[in-house]
Write a protein that binds this ligand. Sequence first.
Ligand SMILES: [Zn+2]
Length: 320
Amino acid sequence: MRKLLFSFCILSYAVLGTSAKPAEEFVTSHLQNLSQSLDNWGVTNIDTSGSQISFITNGLDFTLRVGGRTIEASGTPLHLGYPIQLINGELYLNNVDTNLLLKPLIFPHQGSRAEASRKTIVLDAGHGGGDPGATNESLQLEEKKLTLTMVNKLKKRLLDAGYAVQLTREDDTFLTLTERTELANSFKPLLFLSIHFNAATNIEAAGIESFATTFMNQPSTGRTQLETTDTEFTRNMHYDKSNTLLAYSIQKQLILATSERDRGVKRARFGVIKNIESPAALLELGFLSHSESAKKFKDDHYLETLAKAIVSGIKIFLEQ
Ligand SMILES: [Zn+2]
């Protein structure tokens, strides 16, 4: 009998505070009428059918559904802080989701983008040393090794494309999340990517997801309650609009290249990205706990496919 043992990706959401505030209370006082926002932005050809709105703009096919907590942009779900509300027959979106998530997708050139004077892309191989991250013992896979393999593949492709590249670790050593952040910031990065692979107790869990720092005053993906730490400003929030665009661009290219399940762009206050002083994303490139996915991670050609897609996403982000 095959036996799989997993240890989990140790990145964790911000420490939960004690003074939870109901999400519903927050939503009702910070709503924007979606049709009015789209009208103000000059978006036309809006298809409204009771419970959902669809429109095509900036080359993307958007769908928003009542009660849903995602915006779909050409099929990729971007997770919202709060659900879409139907009030008196009209759709409403939380104001932060409207202005920091939806609007940058429609007007990417207005986003607080990467700083043009900067040249260095910083890549962070998750885990290392005594922290193996996720593992699949039957296939002898360790997340810490896969992430290092991936950043080296990315580095080569990015150097070939003319970018400068720095790594937070180049061998099997352990750095704390704060050490990774401070090292990355010392390079004055153009952008920052932390590379990871997933694991779950549900062995059916599969797919690729990309994380950006949660907006201030919003609960992270998977939570519905505001916690005390959600009201804190962290340095990466200077790049809120860019973070969305960076994570979306890469997620889109990864799904196009692999046809893996699209788990979308999620939000979390991960310690390794929340104080990065540039656009930043944390990529979860698949599940070591999923037997078919895990087999692919033994295939160097598949890892090259992932690397090529990530570089395409970076280029699209920087050139838009
Ligand atoms: Zn990890």
